[in-house]
Design a protein. Structure first.
Length: 765
């Protein structure tokens, strides 16, 4: 195979990345720059031109959809040899290692994986058992702390030791400890455990670490900006021996800090690994010129970023429009009418359109308006297929069959369909199981010999017999046939069929679809075992199920849109207090991430982009006056066509009551028609520079010099201040930044933070 096959129709930077030799490489790939193509062609180049065996390559990404696409592209380039590669998500790869070596941390190889709802239920049991208030110790609060602790490899005792004297966090340590013990008792892991346990095994067992670090001579990571601390450690362990680590990502698309992604992993890559080759992919193959210019102007205001600028050779100027509505109903009506207009005039289809928004709550009025207009839509991020009750019930049966120690799943299905084993009976069984130090199923199996349970022993033993008969069948039958037998033997389908309730028709259809999923698994998977099927179920994500061919408008949050593209994109609610959100803490990191989210939304659009906002919006039942987001004023006026006076034949103000709010239209940027309430941060050329000893990369020394120290009536070095989230602190440095101030503050408990004064809502004390 000629080298040209790997580099045909590639630009010079893409060729440079594909054909680079050994060593660490950072590929900074802007939105729409063909990063997946570069990554897959580099894999093919390594195999065909450098004679690397496919089994010596590890390629990691974040979704099953991305992993499958990567594998398919590599197979198209090199043929069936791609099947010997390890291409998958971080979780699927770690699960593969964990299944093999789980004995080293006290897990049985048939352990089950608890998803978010299982975790919520188990944590609820822990909070109840410890007699704690679930309003004070909410699931969201506890689960985030536990997840962050596992990301830092912090066990319950270490967490407790670090928080001695803090009553609330000591109670959290109690919950964390009980939760961990219950997981072990159930022979179960949560999603964080899959990663943290794998790293623990590799770090504590030299022979295991040596095996995998020897095996993987080349490690490639996609979407590196989304990695967390534990994923960074994993990648470092596996790539350390050979040093051939290639990471691909875009610091401007790092938007998952709220769920643990560490933005510094990509910013600091060049200082963390030796002799790094850095390649910038800035040529965009997706979006029209105006859209790219808008994206560049918005993201250029960020402080923490690498110096990239998207560009295109295409002559397509594209459409970039804004629309200011009186309220959210007028905004939604405009969007619907514009969709209809483009379908009529440009022969477009519903699937070509996406409506994006910052907050889920904004979707309701949009949905109502689409429904009223008869426009089909798909709400991405609604109730997921695998989270529906009937599907969760079937999965619970399958879990108990593969792992009889799973008490949580057993309690879910022991009396569904009804078997006369109600809550009182189950409580009796649980009590006896705890006294005997057995699982619930083990106690049910010998219930005839336990006086307290003997009265209903026949019911219990019949259930146990059903589980173990199915357990034997699981090893003998194809997965799809076995799933059908489980549905039939347990009586789940019959329960819904015989209920006579109209609403159960959808449940019946979903159960049939689950069987179809098992059939599809058999067609697609090399490992067709029941265990492999269960692994696949545990790792499926909502993004994997998004059907781009469906004939419907897509509605989703901006966070969910990452990695997707649409010919036409509407971003609704581009208003201050909504986007960026008013509840931000004012830190540079948080404000920068919010702006990156705007950049992601803009770069989803290929040909047409519409940014809409309202003058008033009803929030929590109250109508409030809003204002256009500062992001709108970041876009040069010559790029924008304002459609605010266009009606398209629709009465946008039909549902609006009240007088029109007055907006200050004074331009805050030369040439911009928009005025926002907060001052923007000035763009200054960006080079890789550390922020005066803080260990954080910012734009440049020039930027710091331009942010001149001030000592006016606003904030001064030495001022003592209070922040609603971080508490009491002292200002150590003050920098002027185009009308705003960047404050470096040492907080008593939260440590050192950098906050923008306009957002931080600080109180002098």
């Amino acid at each position: 195979m000629n080298k040209s096959v790997f580099t045909e129709n590639m630009n010079n930077k893409q060729v440079e990345a594909i054909t680079y030799g050994d060593g660490a490489m950072l590929i900074l790939a802007g939105a729409g720059s063909g990063k997946t193509r570069v990554l897959t062609h580099r894999i093919a180049f390594l195999i065909k031109k450098k004679s690397v065996h496919p089994s010596e390559i590890l390629a990691l990404t974040f979704t099953n959809k991305a992993a499958n696409e990567m594998k398919e592209r590599v197979e198209n380039l090199i043929g069936p040899a791609a099947n010997t590669m390890w291409i998958g998500t971080f979780h699927s790869m770690c699960l593969r290692i964990l299944r093999t070596h789980c004995d080293k941390i006290g897990l049985g190889s048939n352990f089950v994986i608890y998803d978010t709802s299982d975790q919520k239920e188990l944590l609820g049991d822990c909070i109840s058992e410890l007699n704690l208030d679930d309003k004070i110790y909410s699931y969201q609060y506890i689960s985030k702390i536990i997840s962050n602790s596992k990301d830092k490899s912090m066990d319950p005792e270490t967490f407790r030791a670090l928080n001695l004297g803090n009553h609330k966090l000591e109670k959290v340590a109690d919950i964390y400890d009980l939760y961990s013990r219950k997981l072990l008792k159930n022979n179960a892991v949560d999603f964080d455990d899959i990663l943290s346990f794998t790293v623990k095994i590799l770090e504590k067992n030299k022979s295991v670490k040596d095996f995998y670090s020897d095996k993987f001579k080349y490690v490639l990571v996609d979407e590196y900006q989304d990695t967390n601390n534990i994923q960074y450690r994993l990648v470092k362990i596996l790539s350390k021996k050979h040093g051939n680590l290639c990471v691909v990502g875009d610091d401007d698309q790092s938007i998952y800090g709220w769920r643990g992604a560490n933005f510094e992993n990509i910013l600091n890559f060049e200082s963390q690994f030796k002799q790094v080759k850095t390649v910038f992919l800035e040529q965009n193959y997706r979006s029209a010129k105006k859209i790219l210019e808008a994206a560049n102007n918005v993201i250029s205001k960020n402080i923490l970023r690498k110096n990239k600028k998207l560009w295109t050779e295409s002559d397509n100027e594209g459409t970039l429009c804004t629309f200011t509505a009186r309220n959210e109903y007028a905004e939604a009506q405009f969007i619907v009418e514009k969709i209809k207009d483009l379908i009529k005039k440009d022969k477009m289809e519903y699937k070509d359109f996406a409506i994006l928004y910052r907050l889920n709550s904004l979707s309701r009025v949009l949905e109502d308006t689409l429904l009223s207009a008869g426009v089909p839509y798909k709400l991405f991020g609604g109730l997921k297929f695998y989270e529906r009750k009937e599907i969760k019930d079937i999965i619970a049966y399958l879990r108990v069959i593969i792992n009889p120690d799973d008490n949580l799943s057993l309690k879910r299905i022991v009396n569904f369909p009804r078997r006369g084993i109600g809550n009182i009976s189950l409580a009796d069984i649980e009590r006896q199981a705890a006294m005997r130090d057995e699982t619930i199923l083990e106690t049910m199996a010998v219930s005839g010999s336990i006086p307290e349970l003997s009265k209903n022993a026949s019911k219990y033993e019949k259930f146990v017999e059903m589980i173990f008969v199915l357990r034997a069948d699981s090893a003998e039958m194809p997965v799809s046939k076995f799933v059908e037998k489980v549905i039939d033997s347990t009586g789940i389908m019959d329960a819904y069929v015989n209920s006579g309730k109209i609403e159960n028709k959808a449940r019946i259809d979903n159960i049939k679809e689950f069987v179809s999923a098992a059939v599809e698994f058999e067609k697609q998977s090399e490992d067709k075992s029941f265990e492999s099927f269960m692994n696949n179920l545990a790792l499926v994500t909502d993004l994997d199920s998004l059907d781009s061919e469906e004939g419907a408008v897509t509605l989703m949050t901006l966070h969910s849109s990452k990695g997707l593209e649409f010919p036409v994109v509407f971003i609704a609610g581009v208003e201050n207090s909504t986007f960026p959100m008013s509840r931000l803490d004012g830190s540079v990191e948080e404000l920068d991430e919010e702006r990156r989210l705007c950049y992601v939304g803009i770069t989803r659009a290929k040909n047409h982009l519409y940014l809409t906002c309202t003058k008033t919006r009803t929030v929590y039942g109250k109508t409030v006056v809003t204002g256009p987001s500062e992001y709108l004023s970041d876009i040069p006026a010559e790029l924008i066509e304002d459609l605010s006076n266009e009606h398209l034949g629709a009465d946008y103000d039909k549902r609006y009551q009240g007088s029109e709010a007055h907006w200050d239209k004074t331009p805050k940027n030369p040439g911009s028609p928009w005025h926002a309430s907060a001052s923007p941060r000035t763009h200054i050329p960006k080079d890789k520079t550390m922020f005066e000893g803080t260990g954080r990369i910012v734009n440049s020394v020039e930027q710091l010099n331009n942010m001149k120290k001030v000592s006016d009536d606003a904030f001064e070095t030495g001022n003592k201040v209070e922040h609603r989230k971080f508490g009491i602190g002292v200002i150590e440095k003050v920098f002027k930044d185009s009308g705003d101030e960047l404050l470096e503050i040492q907080f008593d408990k939260a440590g050192k933070k950098r906050l923008m004064a306009a957002y931080a809502n600080l109180k002098k004390i």
